[in-house]
Design a protein around this ligand. Structure first.
Ligand SMILES: [Zn+2]
Length: 137
């Protein structure tokens, strides 16, 4: 096959893909530029599928963050403000997830909802809960 034939084949494949429905993958009978689905059923199936995936993904991430914040809450209740990363992971904390990370002059500040801590290579420390604190009686 010559280079020109290869190029033509590639262009043919791209054009063919453009004419395929995003949901079922079938080539569309009536094609116009920008048309993505062969019919309304395929369009709604595609949107439901992607919406479900997004919803599922969001709830998974929120679940991880809630678990992390609940572990931080347990530590604070026990007056523990510094923990080894290995132990933290063992308790089910997922260090890959935080609601924010901010670079300060000498270290990184992490937040998980209303909890704040700093992190070194092997520990988190200065764990504290932000917001209104219950007064001790
Ligand atoms: Zn279709």
């Amino acid at each position: 096959m010559t280079e020109k034939q290869k190029k033509d084949m590639k262009e043919y494949d791209i054009k063919k893909t453009e004419k395929c429905c995003l949901e079922c993958g079938n080539e569309m009978e009536y094609y116009r530029k920008g048309k993505m689905f062969c019919n309304d059923l395929c369009r709604s199936r595609y949107h439901n599928r992607t919406k479900n995936w997004t919803r599922h993904y969001h709830s998974k991430v929120i679940g991880i963050l809630e678990r992390n914040s609940s572990i931080l809450d347990d530590l604070i209740r026990q007056d523990i403000t510094s923990v080894d990363l290995g132990d933290l992971t063992l308790w089910g904390y997922n260090i890959e997830y935080a609601t924010s990370v901010r670079k300060l002059r000498t270290h990184l500040e992490y937040r998980c909802f209303e909890y704040r801590f700093y992190r070194s290579d092997n520990r988190i420390y200065c764990i504290e809960k932000l917001g209104p604190v219950k007064k001790k009686r």
